[in-house]
Design a protein around this ligand. Structure first.
Ligand SMILES: Nc1ncnc2c1ncn2[C@@H]1O[C@H](COP(=O)(O)OP(=O)(O)O)[C@@H](O)[C@H]1O
Ligand SMILES: *[C@@H]1O[C@H](CO)[C@@H](O)[C@H](O)[C@H]1NC(C)=O
Ligand SMILES: *[C@@H]1O[C@H](CO)[C@@H](O)[C@H](O)[C@H]1NC(C)=O
Ligand SMILES: *[C@@H]1O[C@H](CO)[C@@H](O)[C@H](O)[C@H]1NC(C)=O
Ligand SMILES: *[C@@H]1O[C@H](CO)[C@@H](O)[C@H](O)[C@H]1NC(C)=O
Ligand SMILES: *[C@@H]1O[C@H](CO)[C@@H](O)[C@H](O)[C@H]1NC(C)=O
Ligand SMILES: *[C@@H]1O[C@H](CO)[C@@H](O)[C@H](O)[C@H]1NC(C)=O
Ligand SMILES: *[C@@H]1O[C@H](CO)[C@@H](O)[C@H](O)[C@H]1NC(C)=O
Ligand SMILES: *[C@@H]1O[C@H](CO)[C@@H](O)[C@H](O)[C@H]1NC(C)=O
Length: 851
């Protein structure tokens, strides 16, 4: 029975809409199309138009004009069709702004995809409380717009497609509002930020967020709780962190994760999701064992860039496995994934130093902003002596297992946020743990900082140069190496010019040799205007370099060093060093003109190179106002260096290994021709051999892996360093650059990754080079050569003669100045080598032998 009051409201509500009339809005809609849709006509009732439905009061409930080749601009009063439940305009060429449809509370299905609309009004998502399907995909001309949180009013939303729709901003954290949402497709937009938490626990089945212009970032951990997922397309973004455990996503069949920055091991559970059919993982930084999916799964390709330890399935080397477990406790930072490639942790993995047996002895994670905990598996590295974890954001406690590390000497955990008890370490361990306010509150430990009672750490710390000084900040590795270089060079340099009062027992012959190149301090003072500040050319690791000019106008560079750590290695080595420096004469090697001993000072005089070092030309352009090097100049420099090195390796009277080739040791003349300098570390290979074992020296970033690992140095270590220099000429990057966020600081690793994809090379080129097509070809050749020179296996690297042969055709023909022979035979490099050796230079000590 209907009571009168309800009847009244019923009639009233029935009558009210009847006052509203959709004829005006429908008439406008009709005229807004450039050509009328088929079956639409101004002369017939709009409720009779084809694909238009009305309710009993002539109110329009649905309009379906899909794929009718319509053009035109929609009228702004479309929003007055308040009874509309379905509106489809998809697949036309409609343009102009979308009209506001706010407060169309009956609207359930709105199809606007595949058109040419130009903007989305700001109130577009307001009050669409019944909306279930919204498609806006493929509207490429839209002004950038953001997803409004007003969409949360559409609590019945099932499908939201807006791919290729120019959406910007982040995904709002609103997915808790859509309990029925199944399909979210927002590919090919410019979304950024992270995946919102509210995606977790949602019932979304198809999640398409691939190909964002700049890329979504952060981890995808939230996926593990989206158990209804069947299709996940996240490729071409900037996601980081490991692939989460997706074993509860039992319907997942399509997982596209390629082209991101995922790190860490592929979870074994992924391989055993029975529903999985299609997977792509390439072009990430995934680590650990190469994955092996069941045959039911199609993998896009697994051989694109990743950091798997091997190219075939199977376990990694135990030491590698341990390091990856350690990285796992830090959430697999990208820095580690970038550099830790291959299956041998002793091949220039950043932060890792091994002994010659291939056991890890030092790990230096200081100041890396690592978060997470300290893994107990460190204890599996039984040779580990030095462990620096200081200045990170680590939490948790020091694992008890650390007391089992018998070789441990230095443990620095200062400036973190560690808690818990401190395990009892023996006296041989120097533990530094200041800056952890919460650690060990209840039990002060005997091992705590500075309480060691005199038994200093024994063993090999001095070799590492750290001597257990846990106060050393930052890149301990570099410092360690710098210290080694310092010691070695100071030793050699001191030997070079060493005639201390105590040891002044020179033989007659030696006096003659020294005098040949000895220069008095008065001459040098005069030449350098009494070592005037204004004459400073540069400062090196071991002293200041001054510009000088002799009476006769000869310009020289004077390197002035304090004789801090003077070893007394005896006269023989001194003679040997003098001998080296005098035997090495070549157009592309900077000559030593003399040396001088003055009280505590040691001075070396070199020929003056007016354009300074390649470092200044590559990296410090702003500071000295020089123009950037052209590609032609760069390749010429590479060629000059290659010739100088080829001479050292194979054409000089003995085999010389430079050991410290890098841009700061490549000096430039006014014609931008280059010479190799700084023979402080030069080693003569024993007769008939081209290798020798020596203490580690050189510069981090240029060290060949086998040299770093074993101390065994061959000419191929110089070839490696030359390859790094080539990479620097191409990219203008430092050999190790820690300032780059999310990129590998180690140039060789970074560059070799780029080499895998030729199309990426143009982006890696120094921005000051404006390459035309011909230049690009040349750059590709040199890039390839650089990769070849830095191969892990020394025997796979070319020798310098081969390098010269490859570079020759790339170098512009020599200018026909004085080098007529070269001009005549521009590609026959042997010619210049013969003449590059300066025959007319006096070589007083060339035949002089040690002992
Ligand atoms: N022969 C030279 N002619 C001109 N400048 C020089 C010469 N030798 C060194 N310099 C300048 O002095 C700087 C420091 O030289 P050096 O001490 O050899 O550097 P490093 O210790 O970095 O190898 C060089 O980078 C360069 O700018
Ligand atoms: C979209 O509109 C632009 C101009 O607004 C026009 O140049 C383009 O051809 C249109 N595209 C389509 C597919 O209609
Ligand atoms: C939609 O309705 C709400 C509440 O009735 C109102 O505040 C808002 O202004 C309306 N929006 C538009 C665009 O008319
Ligand atoms: C999978 O679901 C079970 C049961 O709800 C839960 O205990 C487990 O933690 C889930 N696994 C993951 C990886 O989320
Ligand atoms: C797997 O992906 C390929 C290419 O993306 C596609 O052609 C194929 O249909 C997909 N297979 C499944 C089962 O989704
Ligand atoms: C580490 O902690 C410091 C200070 O608490 C903070 O400023 C910094 O952002 C943190 N870094 C990371 C990577 O969490
Ligand atoms: C130390 O090593 C011993 C023997 O290998 C083992 O039994 C013990 O559990 C280890 N201690 C810790 C704290 O891991
Ligand atoms: C250190 O960790 C504690 C909890 O373990 C936390 O409350 C505190 O905020 C952290 N301090 C810093 C500086 O991160
Ligand atoms: C140093 O420690 C040892 C054993 O831990 C102890 O015998 C010795 O007395 C201590 N020396 C000092 C000076 O505290």
């Amino acid at each position: 029975m209907v009571r009168p009051i309800y009847l009244f409201t019923f009639i009233f509500s029935f009558l009210t809409p009847s006052y509203a009339d959709d004829s005006a809005a429908m008439a406008k809609l009709l005229t807004s199309f450039d050509t009328a849709p088929s079956g639409w006509s101004a002369t017939t009732d709009y409720c009779m138009w084809k694909n238009v439905n009305c309710d009993g009061s002539n109110r329009v409930t649905s309009i379906d004009l899909a794929s009718q080749s319509l053009t035109g601009i929609l009228p702004s009063d479309l929003g007055t069709l308040t009874q509309l439940t379905t509106l489809s305009l998809r697949g036309n060429s409609l343009s102009g702004p979308l009209p506001s449809l706010a407060n169309l509370t009956s609207l359930q299905k709105l199809y606007l995809d595949n058109n040419n609309f130009t903007s989305v009004p700001s109130s577009f998502f307001q009050g669409l409380t019944s909306l279930e399907i919204l498609t806006l995909s493929q509207n490429l001309g839209l002004e950038p717009w953001t997803i409004s949180t007003e969409l949360t009013q559409a609590t019945s939303l099932v499908t939201f497609y807006a791919s290729s729709a120019n959406i910007i901003g982040s995904l709002p954290d609103i997915f808790g509002s859509f309990p029925r949402l199944l399909d979210l497709q927002l590919s090919y937009n410019n979304l950024d930020g992270t995946l919102p938490k509210s995606l977790g626990g949602s019932g979304i089945q198809n999640l398409w967020l691939n190909n964002q212009q700049n890329g979504l970032s952060g981890t995808i951990d939230v996926l593990s709780s989206m158990t209804q997922l069947s299709q996940v397309r996240l490729h071409k973004n900037q996601f980081t962190g490991p692939i989460p455990d997706l074993s509860n996503c039992t319907s997942l069949f399509d997982l596209q994760l390629r082209d991101n920055q995922f790190t860490g091991l592929i979870p074994a559970s992924l391989m055993s999701i029975p529903s999985l059919r299609n997977v792509s993982l390439d072009v990430n930084d995934l680590q650990g064992p190469y994955p092996q999916f069941p045959s039911s799964v199609t993998t896009h390709t697994l051989d694109g860039i990743n950091s798997f330890c091997k190219n075939t399935p199977g376990p990694c080397d135990p030491q590698v496995t341990t390091l990856l477990e350690i990285a796992s406790a830090f959430g697999y930072p990208i820095k580690l994934a970038n550099s830790w490639t291959g299956n041998n942790a002793c091949t220039s993995w950043t932060f890792i130093i091994c002994d010659s047996q291939g056991n890890i002895i030092t790990i230096n994670f200081a100041k890396q902003q690592f978060v997470g905990t300290i893994s107990p598996v460190f204890a599996k590295l039984t040779s580990l002596r030095n462990l620096y974890l200081n200045d990170n954001n680590l939490t948790g406690s020091i694992p008890d297992a650390f007391t089992n590390m018998t070789s441990l000497q230095v443990l620095d955990i200062s400036n973190n946020n560690l808690t818990g008890l401190i395990p009892k370490f023996g006296d041989s361990v120097k533990l530094t743990m200041t800056g952890n306010p919460l650690i060990g509150k209840s039990t002060p430990s005997s091992g705590s900082g500075g309480s060691s009672n005199g038994t200093s750490p024994s063993g090999n710390t001095a070799v590492m140069g750290s001597s257990g000084t846990s106060i050393l900040p930052g890149m301990i590795v570099s410092i360690v190496i710098a210290v080694i270089i310092f010691l070695v060079v100071m030793l050699l340099v001191s030997i070079k010019c060493y005639v201390s009062r105590r040891h002044r027992r020179p033989t007659i012959s030696l006096k003659i040799e020294v005098r040949n190149i000895e220069i008095s301090i008065e001459v040098l003072k005069q030449a350098t205007n009494n070592f005037n500040e204004d004459n400073i050319l540069g400062r090196g690791g071991f002293g200041v370099v001054y510009k000088g000019e002799y009476h006769d106008g000869t310009k020289v560079a004077v390197k002035r060093m304090e004789s801090a750590a003077m070893g007394s290695k005896g006269i023989n080595e001194f003679q040997a060093e003098i001998s080296v420096l005098n035997k090495v004469r070549h157009r592309h090697l900077v000559s030593l003109l003399g040396c001088c001993i003055n009280e505590n000072e040691r001075l070396l005089v070199y020929e003056y190179m007016p354009q300074g070092s390649l470092t200044q030309r590559l990296f410090d352009l702003g500071e000295n106002g020089c123009s950037p090097l052209t590609w032609k100049q760069r390749i010429q420099i590479a060629m000059d260096v290659a010739r100088g090195m080829e001479y050292l390796h194979s054409l000089a009277p003995q085999i010389f290994i430079h050991r410290d080739l890098k841009p700061s040791n490549i000096l430039l003349g006014n014609d931008m021709r280059a010479k190799v300098a700084d023979f402080g570390l030069v080693k003569i290979a024993p007769d008939g051999k081209n290798s020798l074992t020596t203490r580690l020296a050189g510069t981090f970033g240029y060290l060949a892996p086998e040299y770093g690992a074993t101390g065994r140095v061959t000419t191929k270590a110089d070839v490696y360093a030359f390859g790094v220099v080539l990479m620097q000429l191409i990219t203008g990057r430092k050999a190790v650059d820690d300032t780059l966020p999310n990129e590998n600081p180690h140039l060789v690793t970074w560059f070799c990754k780029i080499l895998n994809k030729k199309e990426r090379i143009p982006m890696a080129i120094d921005q000051t080079i404006n390459p035309d097509e011909e230049t690009m070809e040349s750059i590709y050749r040199v890039a390839e050569l650089a990769g070849h020179c830095t191969t892990h296996q020394p025997y796979q690297r070319p020798n310098m003669g081969h390098v010269v042969n490859i570079l020759s055709p790339l170098v512009e023909k020599w200018k026909p100045t004085c080098h007529k022979l070269e001009h005549k035979f521009p590609t026959f490099h042997g010619v210049e080598d013969i003449y590059g050796f300066d025959q007319d230079m006096s070589l007083p000590l060339q035949r002089w032998q040690t002992m």
